[in-house]
Design a protein around this ligand. Structure first.
Ligand code: FAD
Length: 324
């Protein structure tokens, strides 16, 4: 049986957690079909990551380690992935459906003249083919896709697949070298702008407190920031809040923002337009606070609070402070 190849994404000296969820899912599938799991990590100084990767039980860790990959650029990383695909000849390449993972999958599928199945919420291997499920029409329907050509290229939605971690063990580590051509270097990184505060990344957060137009003005997001700090949560926003300039676009949840799948999503002053629901309706528990009892958000909420958020949130904060 051909192996399963998993791309491990790193950022600012850390492994992106969704990559480890993807690796855990790869292990589960591989155990069922008796295949090997090979993980691939690319970068300037990536050997130290091998130990953490080994805690998700791959059979092998492939390293592409060179200053050429210090800058995280899709065209150079695609070259590294193509090299690994050539070497391993896997059944499937799995990546996490982060913005970078989706970018890589798209470019790779063009290079390989195959298709990339993006943002899947379930995968299985049945009778010689990968079957993947993914939401479509802004989350209104789920389609099942059968991948006929190998290698299949599939990205998995963060926080949907269970992370399985064991004691790190010795794992086979292999380095491969990749020679970049002029065409691979056609993009140059000019500047990396780091976020001012060390924030919990929206797509990786277990809890998200999100605000919409009902927040009325940017200063009012202070109460959501305070709530987020107490809950170790990230702050999200609707497009209305982002378009009003109250929050940065990186906070936007929805069809043209981020897709999130936290354990708890608290929507404050958000009506629940279909484009917003597209980004958050797969959250495990949704709490909506809205003064309009007919707001569509209540149709997807597990718990709904009809009330003024400027009364509800401060009193929730007060109660929470008593317990922390
Ligand atoms: C192509 C396209 C893409 C889009 N992409 C996105 C996207 O990615 N993400 C996104 O969010 N939207 C997106 N939109 C916009 C979307 O259609 C909605 O306009 C937007 O989500 C509305 O944001 P909102 O719920 O904050 O505002 P509103 O719809 O104005 O809702 C505000 C809510 O706050 C409540 N409220 C007001 N005051 C209070 C109070 N004091 N206490 C409690 N509740 C209160 C109101 O009852 C109301 O329900 C997109 C639209 C298009 C056309």
């Amino acid at each position: 049986m051909q192996p399963i190849l998993v791309f491990i994404e790193t950022s600012q000296c850390e492994i992106k957690k969704p990559s480890l969820e993807t690796l855990s899912e790869a292990r589960r599938i591989a155990d069922n079909i008796k295949a090997e799991v090979v993980s691939l990590v690319v970068g300037d100084n990536v050997s130290p990551f091998a130990k953490e990767i080994s805690s998700c039980s791959p059979d092998k860790v492939l390293l592409v380690e060179s200053p050429d990959f210090k800058e995280v650029i899709t065209t150079t990383y695609v070259r590294a992935l193509l090299e690994a695909l050539n070497k391993i000849n896997p059944l499937v390449l799995l990546l996490s459906a982060t913005p970078f993972g989706k970018d890589l999958a798209g470019l790779l599928s063009a290079e390989l003249k195959t298709s990339a199945i993006q943002d899947c919420i379930s995968i299985s291997y049945e009778q010689g083919s990968f079957i993947a499920k993914k939401p479509v029409y802004a989350g209104k329907a789920i389609i099942t896709v059968k991948v006929i050509k190998t290698p299949a290229i599939i990205t998995l939605r963060p926080k949907v697949f269970k992370l399985s971690v064991a004691e790190p063990k010795n794992v086979i580590i292999e380095k491969i070298s990749v020679n970049l051509g002029a065409d691979d270097r056609r993009i140059k990184q000019k500047e990396v702008v780091k976020s001012a505060q060390k924030k919990v990344e929206l797509t990786e957060a277990d809890i998200i407190v999100s605000g919409g137009r009902g927040m009325k003005q940017p200063e009012n997001f202070r109460i959501l920031e305070e709530l987020a700090t107490l809950l170790n949560a990230a702050v999200g926003a609707s497009r209305a809040a982002v378009d009003s300039g109250w929050r940065p676009h990186s906070d936007q949840v929805g069809q043209t923002g981020k897709t999130v799948c936290p354990t708890l999503y608290i929507a404050c002053g958000i009506s629940g337009a279909i484009q917003h629901l597209a980004g958050m309706s797969s959250s495990k528990c949704i709490v909506a606070i809205n003064k309009d009892p007919d707001a569509p958000i209540f149709k997807v909420a597990n718990y709904g609070l009809v009330g003024d958020l400027f009364e509800v949130v401060p009193s929730f904060l007060q109660e929470l402070k008593k317990t922390t």
